[in-house]
Design a protein around this ligand. Sequence first.
Ligand SMILES: Cc1ncc(COP(=O)(O)O)c(C=O)c1O
Length: 488
Amino acid sequence: MSPSAVAQLPQHDMGLAKIDMKGKGSSNGHTNGVNGVKKPEFLLDRNLHKTFPLVTRGKGNYLQLADGRTIFDATSGAAVSCLGHGNERVIKAINKQLTTGVPYLCSSYWSCDVVEELCKELINGTGGEMSRIYLTGSGSEAMEASIKLARQYFYEGDKNTPRVNIIAREGSYHGNTIGALGVSGHVARRAPYEPFLMKVHRVSACNAYRQRRERESDASFVARKASELEAKFQELGPETVIGFVCEPVVGAALGCVPDVPGYLTAMRAVCHRHGALFILDEVMSGMGRCGTLHAWQAEGAAPDLQTVGKGLGGGYQPIAAVLISDKIVSSLSNGSGQFVHGQTYQAMPIQAAAALEVQKIQREENLIKNVQVQGAYLEKRLKSLLGGHPNVGDIRGKGLFWGLEFVKDKQTKEPFDTKLGVAQRVHDIAIAAPFNMTMYPGTGTVDGIAGDHVIIAPTYIVTREEIDHITKVVAEVVQLVFEKIGDV
Ligand SMILES: Cc1ncc(COP(=O)(O)O)c(C=O)c1O
């Protein structure tokens, strides 16, 4: 498709005219550039070399821009807005909490019903596998808290515990604070801070597309991964290991790479054999995103500690959590009684009110069923439209969490030259007219530097017709980007 043909592609309407978007198309005085594009002047934005379109409103799956365009949010932001934008029930719950006059309470002095209710909702969602919840303001903070809690679990029993080592995986992302980044195997995000980061030991990711041997079964592949972890324990001395941390479906670092069935169970067995903790980071893959409330529930491999974030509050408040199993809670309650940690903004009533409503809506409206149904359709459509594309190496994911990995050569799986910025190009073209849709780009998919992918992660309220729209746009954008790259 030539660039001029792109201009002739129909604007994807999707019945947007029916949506009440007050302020649609208005120039509201916030724009200081052309066509509603605002160059940030005061915020230290994600990229000072770029401009970002100005958003004025959101409703359901759509975002309204100041330049008059309506964008279809096919990624729920960064896999966050699981209920879509502007949900009336959540807004009402937040307002109700505000009117009590206690959006914030000092968690060292007080308790609060709405916070307790949220924690109960979360514990119930684990089928009783977890017994307490620690609430934070972000996924990074939750990961930070979980590794400190893991260490304190052993420290409570023995102040001289030799347990000092954490094992995590290559090609992982667990957050940007120094501790969480230390656990992360995301090469590019670590690079500037490498001298600050704590020593964390690594095993390989569980990436069937790139690592499975010819004719290797799931069981043999998983056994190979478990032996690798066992060897790492032996290398470090099993009595020195605090625990093993992984994402059940790797989000931003690898582009929705799911663990092979049986993997979590096998890795948990290795940890428990040595008295170490099995820790899951479900900040991106959890809270329904993969078609079960918790990703580990697909194979019943409950962790000792688990983090959740993004979909917990659905973007209505900054909130994340550590889900804590009884053995860890008991070590604290039989010991010092205190987790040696804490932040000003933790377990805030306003955060809890929002997250509780998000979780109730998800449960009452059985939205996880919709994740399963539309997720299966999304997979089918993506594979049928793009499975044969010479530059789409792999289409993988679970639920409404799907990644496309791009390759220069489908046979050898060779990635594109990083200079081409393939994933970013896909994003830039998708978000511009006439496509007007988000696609979440990521790089470093192969070795932390090279490799490109995009993530598609629609809201849990997405319909079949909207999946048709999303997949049609994805296919058109991919087609266009690689035709253009072919011309370079
Ligand atoms: C798996 C995973 N863990 C942790 C984090 C960090 O969460 P936050 O950005 O809320 O700090 C992220 C964020 O993308 C994530 O994907």
